[in-house]
Design a protein around this ligand. Sequence first.
Ligand SMILES: CC(C)(C)c1cc(CCc2ccccn2)cc(-c2ccc(S(=O)(=O)CCO)cc2)c1
Length: 240
Amino acid sequence: SSSHPLWPEIEHVVQQQVEWARLGLGDSGSGWQLFAEDGEMRMYRREEEVDGMVVDPLKAVHIVKGITGHEVCHYFFSPQYRYDWETTLEQMTVLETISEDTCLFLQTHKRIWPASQRDVIFWSHIRHLPNNQDRDGPDIWTVVNHSTEHKDHPANSGKCVRIFLTVCMLCQTRVIPPKDGTPITRDDISCKITYCSVVNPGGWAPASVLRALYKREYPKFLKRFTAYVINQTKDKQIMF
Ligand SMILES: CC(C)(C)c1cc(CCc2ccccn2)cc(-c2ccc(S(=O)(=O)CCO)cc2)c1
């Protein structure tokens, strides 16, 4: 509900992330390095450090056939599916259901050797930005996850190092209606995904270790997640 204390921050961060995700990668001078490619998926990162810690922003663009942006965002946002696709997840708790499109999560992730175990608290918001203003404008679905504090779970109070993240999953659905006017099937749809992520690993971890971990884990994550959505939706009615 828009009266929740987090609402102004949610509104601001969602607008900012949608703008950021919709920006291209700029010219080569903007520092984005292509570090992973797999079929239609292209993953870019920039090398950035904050207080000596690696916080390399990541931007991935992927085009997936047979699913819609609404379906991608539905499976990314909804807590009930997360253990199916988030394999680094050890424990997920919904601390608060702020509204039907906004939740507060506490997640502990499995330890990724040699870094120590991490946890994260973030709000997650799903939003449909229809293109009703101009017909051929993009119809966008997005999920934004952004770290926040919680009075009952102070950072670094237990066994885990607290990480901080901002993640935006932005999707644009493309439909090519069949010429003969027959109903649209999954062969006629595709989804352009822009996934932006900045993960601050919290406690100190060697830059080389983190960069190797990011390089290995991120491509796996996006491939696994999109394959999961394809598999979950293949025999279901299209969710536009
Ligand atoms: C390695 C990397 C892929 C960057 C990574 C490592 C870890 C585990 C914690 C961690 C971080 C840094 C170093 C070691 N372990 C967590 C995450 C992470 C967590 C959450 C989300 S989310 O968008 O909120 C989807 C819901 O889970 C995305 C990414 C990423």
